[in-house]
Design a protein around this ligand. Structure first.
Ligand SMILES: Cc1cc2nc3c(=O)[nH]c(=O)nc-3n(C[C@H](O)[C@H](O)[C@H](O)COP(=O)(O)OP(=O)(O)OC[C@H]3O[C@@H](n4cnc5c(N)ncnc54)[C@H](O)[C@@H]3O)c2cc1C
Length: 265
């Protein structure tokens, strides 16, 4: 009604209508749905599907976070909570389909088996780290990922996290960006006057602040992902780091790892 917003929540046969001064879409970008802020499905060979698994008993050094490059994708490993190794990656849809086909078999490999086998065969670092490790839970999957800069405020709906814009996970900044975009929006809404005009002004300021804080890291992540996905990346990446080690510091700066959030001390 101009002052208040309404949203209908549906769960099974139950429906509830909520009224609130603002609506914030925080539903990410990987699940299609009927909300006006959700983005449509894609099905392209170049789509990147995300996978993640945990292992116990790995031999990865605790201060190492290696970037993995392999045919058709990229990923990373890190020692996470309780000494568990977390490995995650993105792989092209067409490459995954190829890997799942088994010669002389009617059936396909599961996506998880195909990805894990491909990582072990392609990356010596993964083989070494997981040599005597055990899977802790099943492989998780998501996607396709939808990297890009979207609208921060449209049709009177604010967006945060991946709903507003998404970085290639190659720079591991998505969770920080999701939290920081929530902080930026809250800072703008805290001083916005009531009503639609106030929301529109807050939307413009939030969008400008979002772009200032995140645009560079999204472009940097896209460039790094482009190199990682290049067929020659397994030789190109080590050559860049060997001959130009400052590239690591520059990469950390461009991907926003050293950038403070305005107003957050
Ligand atoms: C393989 C991979 C590895 C990654 N590694 C890292 C990393 O190491 N570090 C890092 O910072 N980032 C990483 N990221 C990125 C990070 O996961 C995302 O950027 C981050 O999760 C985005 O947060 P979000 O809250 O916007 O969305 P999400 O985390 O996707 O959360 C959105 C939530 O909304 C729910 N939802 C969807 N639709 C509706 C609806 N209609 N109603 C109610 N709820 C709904 C979803 O189920 C989900 O729970 C990685 C991503 C991938 C794919």
């Amino acid at each position: 009604d101009g002052e208040m917003q309404m949203v209908r929540i549906q769960a099974g046969s139950e429906t509830r209508v909520l009224r609130a001064p603002v609506i914030v879409a925080a539903h990410g970008s990987w699940e299609p749905g009927p909300l006006p802020s959700q983005i449509g499905k894609t099905n392209r060979p170049s789509d990147l599907l995300g996978f993640k698994a945990h292992f116990t008993g790995s031999s990865l050094a605790p201060d190492l976070m290696p970037l993995l490059v392999f045919p058709g994708g990229y990923g990373g490993m890190v020692l996470a909570d309780h000494g568990r190794l977390s490995i995650s990656c993105c792989i092209r849809r067409d490459m995954l389909a190829r890997l799942r086909k088994q010669p002389n078999h009617q059936s396909h490999l599961s996506a998880a088996d195909a990805v894990s086998r491909h990582l072990m065969e392609s990356c010596r670092g993964v083989r070494d780290a997981l040599e005597s490790a055990h899977a802790d839970g099943a492989w998780l999957a998501a996607g396709p990922i939808r990297p890009g800069i979207r609208s921060c405020y449209e049709r009177d709906i604010f967006r945060v996290g991946n709903a507003a814009g998404e970085s290639h996970p190659v720079v591991a900044e998505g969770i920080s960006m999701a939290l920081q975009s929530g902080w930026l929006l809250a800072s703008e809404l805290a001083c916005a006057p009531d009503g639609r005009a106030g929301r529109e002004a807050a939307g413009r300021r939030y969008e400008a602040a979002w772009k200032k804080l995140f645009s560079t890291r999204l472009h940097a992540a896209a460039a790094i992902a482009g190199i990682a996905l290049h067929p020659g990346s397994a030789t190109l990446m080590p050559a860049i780091v060997r001959n130009f080690p400052q590239a690591l510091t520059l990469g950390a700066q461009l991907s926003g790892k050293t950038k403070p959030v305005p107003g957050f001390v």
